[in-house]
Design a protein around this ligand. Structure first.
Ligand SMILES: [Ca+2]
Length: 243
């Protein structure tokens, strides 16, 4: 096994497989639902800097740049890594006041992977900005459903959000699996509730896995989608292990 060194930013880009180049879907799908339309119509219109109460759009970019400049490896790639993203989210007071949440490094890794359009494992400014739009949109949705401000939403509300707001076409058995993994059960009457960070982890994975699956489906069926595809073992591992 050759020793692994991280690709340097000056290395020539490798020819990527077609499904990697077409990373994100924008069309609604008979098999996968309308989640891409939700992203285009809702998430992409969010003004993150305003939500965070910054006084100017460039303030958010300044936060990103200041964190990036602390590490020459990041500076060379004009990007952040998971720990840096964690610092930005946890230590920038206007962002921290918005979510009132402690972000874990693991969570930051997942979020970087979801939006890593350049496929380099780092989060560039455009990817960072899109993440902030996603997070603000998700937080607003979450708060709308968390009527008693407990920091949790109900299982039924989660299902409604996934199916009707985000627009994923998911079967009841799959929703049951999701609830077992992302919710906690509390009294009275075995109430099933979901915290915001679990909601984010789920939202990230749903989108990334659905996109990854669709790419292969579409590639395998000459550009049309059939709702199924075949995975090689290695390809499958690459898909799930990056998240
Ligand atoms: Ca990247």
């Amino acid at each position: 096994m050759p020793q692994f060194t991280y690709p340097t930013p000056s290395a020539p880009p490798q020819q990527m497989p077609l499904y990697v180049q077409q990373q994100y879907h924008e069309q609604p799908s008979q098999h996968y639902g309308t989640y891409s339309t939700y992203y285009l119509n809702n998430v992409m219109k969010v003004n993150a800097w305003q939500a965070y109460n910054f006084s100017h759009p460039s303030d958010l970019e300044m936060v990103f740049t200041q964190e990036m400049q602390k590490n020459p490896e990041n500076n060379a790639r004009q990007a952040l890594q998971a720990e840096d993203l964690m610092n930005v989210l946890n230590k920038t007071s206007s962002i921290r006041n918005f979510y009132r949440l402690n972000w874990s490094r693991e969570m930051c890794s997942i979020m970087i992977a979801m939006l890593d359009r350049s496929q380099d494992g780092f989060m560039q400014w455009s990817e960072f900005l899109e993440l902030q739009q996603c997070l603000v949109a998700w937080y607003q949705v979450f708060c709308q459903h968390d009527v008693d401000r407990s920091g949790f939403i109900d299982a039924n509300e989660l299902i409604r959000v996934i199916r009707h707001l985000f627009g994923y076409q998911i079967q009841p058995q799959t929703l049951e699996t999701i609830l077992k993994r992302y919710s906690r059960v509390v009294p009275p009457n075995s109430r099933c509730i979901i915290a915001f960070d679990d909601f984010v982890a789920l939202s990230v994975r749903l989108r990334a896995y659905t996109d990854a699956f669709r790419k292969r489906d579409s590639l395998m069926h000459g550009g049309a989608e059939a709702g199924n595809c075949t995975f090689g073992y290695d390809d499958f591992l690459r898909c799930v292990l990056c998240l």
